[in-house]
Design a protein around this ligand. Structure first.
Ligand code: NAD
Length: 427
């Protein structure tokens, strides 16, 4: 069985598609290639639990406001649940479920002993003072306290949350448990058990995978041109590492537009989103739009800003040979099929940006062992894990006539299904 089209009963997503639609579509596509018990596929179509809680907080003006929070836990056959917590007005139950399923695939493709989860609160964090955000986080932690923990479910930062949020979560949880438990959450500041190298890790993994793609296709990095959409944590770190390693980064962008220089940008001199928000175009001699950046004739395109930016509308105009997904879900399923027909190689997010969750795993190991690692060790072990995952995906890619994305999902689903088979259904 090696059809590259979705199974007949798999959902047909609309554009822009939701995380849940994509997650289910990918599950069915991968299952079509594998001889898996359909009962396991049916189980994986649904989350194990979705916790919905109300989170009342006192605003600074003395009024009380009640927010809704979620934690979707998808599958824990290979270990505790793992995934981010986001504070964003668009957070919904379904979005948490979809993103939680993605985390299951991401952890499995990296062979980490975790399953997927995602959660968050439907709130605009920009409307909260620091004190309100702290109260919200502490109360949310209390509401979730029975269902999270270092052996149960380990949250991490996501949109609208940061290392400080994770420190409050760790503190609130630890105070209630009566002991300091850093392993309940990752992405903390290093002083309270965070890992060195965590912030840079997703961009670093994007750079490592881009380098492996170039090696695989005999494309010397010194002769490779790269365009990167988004100059934040993922995009700037990926661009700078590739620049350091000899690639020519010709375009980088933020929400205001893109800097373009066909001779190559000195990426170290342009501030990232963290260093000076939304300043890329101020440093540029030539500014182009984000839409133009996506269709530049470069060797490698790295969308590292938002989801659903490569769509049915522009997939025919993508001129890059390789797309390495830095953002989560930058390519819609329809665009993915168009790119596959055009032989544009798309290396999926669940592999390329998985450095974040991988270093989160290292952080958890450091926390439960009460021993911190050097930055050199973190980066060396990340490199090793990325290469191992790449090798597993490459083997499937070579053995079957499929896309890189399908190969990654097949690696992930085979591991999860095998674990379910081995453990069996209880009682
Ligand atoms: P960030 O906030 O650090 O940076 C985002 C960048 O994208 C900024 O430069 C911003 O100006 C730019 N941007 C925003 N809207 C844009 C638009 N409409 N067009 C072009 N550029 C735009 O974010 P990040 O942490 O780098 O995350 C980027 C993507 O990577 C997201 O999809 C995120 O989910 C994904 N991701 C992040 C991590 C992580 O740990 N940071 C891990 C895995 C995946």
């Amino acid at each position: 069985m090696s059809s590259a089209s979705p199974s007949e009963d798999s959902p047909t997503p609309s554009e822009p598609e939701s995380a849940l639609e994509t997650a289910r579509l990918q599950l069915h596509r991968a299952a079509d290639h594998l001889d898996i018990d359909p009962n396991i596929v049916e189980r994986l179509n649904h989350p194990r639990n979705v916790h919905e809680v109300t989170v009342p907080i006192e605003r600074d003006d003395g009024t009380v406001e009640v927010f809704t929070g979620y934690r979707a836990q998808h599958d824990s056959v290979r270990g505790p649940y793992k995934g981010g917590l986001r504070y964003h007005p668009d957070v919904t139950r379904d979005e948490c479920v979809g993103l939680g399923i993605w985390m299951t695939w991401k952890c499995a493709v990296m062979d980490l002993p975790f399953g997927g989860a995602k959660g968050g609160i439907a709130v605009n964090p920009k409307t909260l003072s620091r004190d309100e955000k702290e109260r919200l986080t502490r109360r949310f932690t209390q509401e979730l306290r029975k269902v999270i923990g270092p052996n149960l479910d380990i949250p991490a930062p996501d949109m609208g949350t940061d290392p400080q949020t994770m420190a409050w979560l760790m503190d609130a949880y630890s105070m209630q448990e009566g002991e300091t438990i850093p392993g309940v959450v990752t992405g903390k500041p290093p002083i309270v058990g965070g890992s060195k190298g965590r912030e840079d890790a997703p961009g670093r993994s994007v750079a490592i995978i881009t380098q492996l793609v170039c090696e695989y296709y005999d494309q010397p990095l010194s002769e490779t041109t790269v365009a990167v959409q988004g100059y934040g944590s993922v995009g700037a770190n990926a661009a700078r590492l590739l620049d350091e390693r000899g690639a020519t980064v010709v375009a980088i962008s933020d929400v205001n537009g893109a800097m373009y220089d066909p001779a190559g940008i000195d990426t170290a001199t342009v501030p990232s989103h963290d260093e000076e928000p939304e300043a890329v175009t101020e440093y540029a001699d030539t500014v182009i739009s984000n839409d133009e950046l996506l269709t530049l004739d470069v060797d490698v395109l790295i969308p590292a800003a938002l989801g659903n930016v490569i769509t049915e509308a522009n997939a025919d105009d993508i001129a890059a040979d390789y797309v390495v997904e830095g953002a989560n879900g930058p390519t819609t399923s329809t665009a993915d099929s168009i790119l596959a027909d055009r032989d544009v190689m798309v290396i999926p997010d669940i592999l390329a940006n998985a450095g974040g969750v991988t270093v989160s795993y290292f952080e958890w190991l450091q926390d439960i062992n009460r021993r911190s690692w050097s930055l050199e060790r973190v980066n060396d072990e990340l490199d090793e894990e990325m290469r191992a995952a790449w090798d597993a995906v490459r083997t499937e890619f070579e053995n079957r006539d499929i896309t890189w994305r399908d190969a990654a999902y097949i690696v992930a689903l085979s591991r999860i299904a095998e674990a379910h088979e081995a453990r069996g259904l209880w009682p």
